[in-house]
Design a protein. Structure first.
Ligand code: APR
Length: 232
C-alpha cells in the first residue's frame, strides 16, 4: 500500500465566518466594534487589562455558541484518506469540534489562559469569563492565551516544517495580510499542489495556485470530494 499523501489545511477567519464569527478585514477595519490596537496588543493590556479581558470574554461566549460549518466538517473528512494537519490562525475550537485531530493554533486559543509573565504556563478556562482573581504558578494574573500584534509567533517553525513536507496545501479564508503566518505559503515545496479557497480578491502569493473563488462552506466540501475521488 502506498503511504498516504500529506495535506496541510491553512485556515483563517473566513473558514469560521459562516459559523457566525466575524472576520477581521472584511468590513470597517474594526474587530467587533473595537480597534485592534485597543484590545489585541501588549500595550492595550498594560493600559487597560479589564477592557482586554472583557473583549475576549465576549469572543469566548460567541465561540462557545458557534457550531462548525460544512467547511470545518469537510476538512475533518479529509483525514479518512490523507495525513492531515490543520494550521489555523483562528483562536476558536471549531476545527477540533468538527473532528480534526491535529490542529496547530498559530495565534493561540480563546479557551485557554496563560500566565501574564510566562507563556509556558497555560490553563484551561472553564467559564466564559477569565476569573479575575486567578493567578499563575508565579503569582501573576491570567491573560488570554492568544498572540497579540507585536508578539512573537512561537509555532511558526513547526508550521513551516509541516507545510514544507506537504504534498497538498489548501489555504482557506485568509487575507494573507498578517505576517509571519502569511509567509508559510512560501514554505511549500515546488511540487506541492496549492489551492486557495476564498470568495474575495486575495492576491496570490506565488504562481501556480488554483483559486476557487467561493465561500468555504461550498468550496471546501467540493475540493475534499474531488481529492478523495482522485485517489480512490
Ligand atoms: N469563506 C471563505 N473565506 C471567506 C468567507 C467565507 N464564507 N468570508 C470571508 N472570507 C475571506 C475574506 O475574503 C478574507 O480574505 O476570509 C478572509 C478573512 O481575512 P482576515 O479578516 O484578514 O482574517 P485572517 O487572514 O484570518 O487574519 C489573520 O489577523 O487580526 C489577526 O490574529 C488575527 O488570526 C488573525 C490574523
Amino acid at each position: 500500500m502506498k503511504p498516504r499523501e500529506r495535506v496541510v489545511v491553512f485556515t483563517g477567519a473566513g473558514v469560521s465566518a459562516e459559523s457566525g464569527l466575524r472576520t477581521f478585514r472584511d468590513g470597517d477595519g474594526l474587530w467587533e466594534e473595537h480597534r485592534l490596537e485597543d484590545v489585541a496588543t501588549p500595550e492595550a493590556w498594560s493600559r487597560d487589562p479589564e477592557l482586554v479581558l472583557r473583549f475576549y470574554d465576549e469572543r469566548r461566549t460567541q465561540v462557545r455558541k458557534a457550531v462548525p460549518n460544512a467547511a470545518h466538517l469537510a476538512i475533518a473528512a479529509l483525514q479518512d484518506r490523507f495525513e492531515v494537519d490543520v494550521v489555523t490562525q483562528n483562536i476558536d475550537d471549531l476545527h477540533e469540534r468538527a473532528g480534526s485531530e491535529r490542529v496547530l493554533h498559530l495565534h493561540g486559543e480563546i479557551l485557554m489562559a496563560r500566565s501574564s509573565v510566562d507563556p509556558g504556563l497555560r490553563y484551561p478556562i472553564m467559564e466564559d469569563r477569565i476569573p479575575r482573581d486567578a493567578r499563575c504558578a508565579k503569582g501573576s494574573p491570567w491573560r488570554p492565551d492568544v498572540v497579540w500584534f507585536g508578539e512573537p509567533v512561537p509555532l511558526i517553525p513547526v508550521a513551516a516544517d509541516l507545510v514544507a513536507r506537504a504534498d497538498r496545501l489548501v489555504i482557506v479564508g485568509t487575507s494573507l495580510q498578517v505576517w509571519p503566518a502569511a509567509g508559510l505559503v512560501h514554505e511549500a515545496g515546488p511540487a506541492a499542489m496549492v489551492v486557495l479557497i476564498d470568495p474575495g480578491e486575495v492576491s496570490l502569493p506565488r504562481p501556480g495556485i488554483r483559486h476557487i473563488k467561493t465561500k468555504a462552506s461550498s468550496g471546501m466540501p467540493e475540493l475534499a470530494l474531488e481529492w478523495i475521488r482522485s485517489i480512490d
